[in-house]
Write a protein that binds this ligand. Structure first.
Ligand code: FAD
Length: 326
């Protein structure tokens, strides 16, 4: 058992961008362990995707193709990738932490008597062995996870944790792999894809964003934030719990399952700074955090931090902005 296998994701012939972050994580593990990197893409009629992969710095690419993999099913993907992992015999298997991976990867790991080290946000190398970092308690603690089972070691990496930019070029060998799959063993019946509502707010082009989190406590308190946004000429955004509660529309959510924004100024108000939120806003040019908890993780990425009660700080700030503008 040796090598690192990065399992990439595509849907309908389009790459999931997190695939390249999983590839980058695989590259780091391969470098640290001195093992070859392999990559695979499961699906059907995936040939048009291969050129994107065949120029990457990997030793081998597996094109895993079967008509029963055209549409994703947990049964189909688990069976196909179980066969591939047995054949390729990697020591590490790396996935992007996507919804699809969450659906089937724990089961795949279980087939090998292993668990999935899920949602990894970092990697440390200790004695030439990778140690995987996961966040605990809303990002307040980091846990370091080493692998001691028989293997392979299955790992999924969080969006934004590994940089896909700057990957080196290479000329991997390509091997077609046709798994043995039977329709009778696939229990799910695939329906037409769910279509999301058209997005009307484009936060990605807003120069100033005022983003509100659970610290606001109630929908009735939102006008405090709306007034600040209005004074600044900013767009209002939110962390996921605010949108999940229906206090603001989903299209205003920032984060791994919302929009990615890079404004000139991002105000994070009553937001703790969970990794899923940080992924969507850490590229902002200037981050101002307002939080009553001085140890909130948001302060680690903030350029300016105000420790205080938002119900005191935000009205004072709004007043100061109005005065400065008048
Ligand atoms: P909390 O973590 O509850 O933080 C509230 C903060 O407000 C605390 O830091 C507290 O100190 C502060 N506070 C409380 N009262 C006051 C006050 N009066 N004045 C000042 N500060 C105060 N989250 C996202 O945001 N975007 C995503 O896209 C996203 N995607 C996710 C995807 C998955 C698969 C999962 C599992 C989670 C996702 N999450 C996402 C959720 C994420 O993990 C966090 O739960 C969420 O970001 C927390 O939101 P929050 O910071 O508003 O709330």
């Amino acid at each position: 058992m040796s090598g690192v296998l990065a399992i990439l994701e595509q849907r309908g012939g389009a790459w999931n961008r997190m695939s390249w972050e999983a590839f980058a994580a695989g590259r780091e593990i391969a470098k640290a362990t001195g093992a070859p990197l392999m990559a695979c893409v499961p699906g059907y009629a995936i040939e048009p995707l291969l050129p994107d992969l065949m120029c990457r710095d990997a030793a081998k690419v597996y094109a895993v193709s079967h008509p029963l993999l055209e549409n994703y099913t947990a049964d189909g993907y688990t069976a196909a990738l179980e066969q591939l992992v047995k054949k390729a015999a990697p020591e590490y298997v790396v996935f992007p932490h996507t919804y699809q991976v969450r659906d089937f990867a724990p089961r795949l790991a279980t087939r090998f008597g292993e668990t999935l080290i899920a949602d990894v946000v970092g990697l440390e190398i200790r004695d030439s062995r990778p140690v995987f970092i996961r966040q605990l308690m809303q990002g307040k603690l980091n846990g370091a996870y080493g692998h001691s089972g028989r293997g392979p070691c299955f790992v999924s990496v969080q969006a934004g944790a590994f940089a896909a930019e700057g990957l080196e070029a290479g000329t991997p060998e390509c091997e077609a792999f046709v798994p043995e799959l039977a329709e009778s063993r696939i229990r799910a019946r695939v329906e037409p894809p769910f279509r999301e509502a058209t997005q009307t707010v484009d936060l990605s082009s807003a120069p100033i964003i005022v983003s509100v989190g659970r610290g606001i406590q109630s929908k009735d308190n939102l006008p405090v934030m709306e007034t600040l946004a209005e004074a600044l000429g900013a767009e209002l955004a939110a962390s996921r719990p605010i949108c999940d509660s229906g206090w603001l529309p989903m299209e205003r959510q920032v984060g791994s399952s919302g929009q990615t924004v890079t404004p000139k100024v991002y105000f994070a108000v009553g937001i703790s700074g969970a990794i899923q939120h940080l992924i969507g806003m850490k590229g902002s040019k200037c981050i101002v955090a307002i939080n009553k908890d001085e140890s909130a993780p948001i302060f680690e990425v903030a350029d300016y931090g105000i420790v205080g009660d938002l119900f005191e700080v935000v009205p004072a700030l709004t007043e100061a902005v109005r005065r400065a503008k008048s």
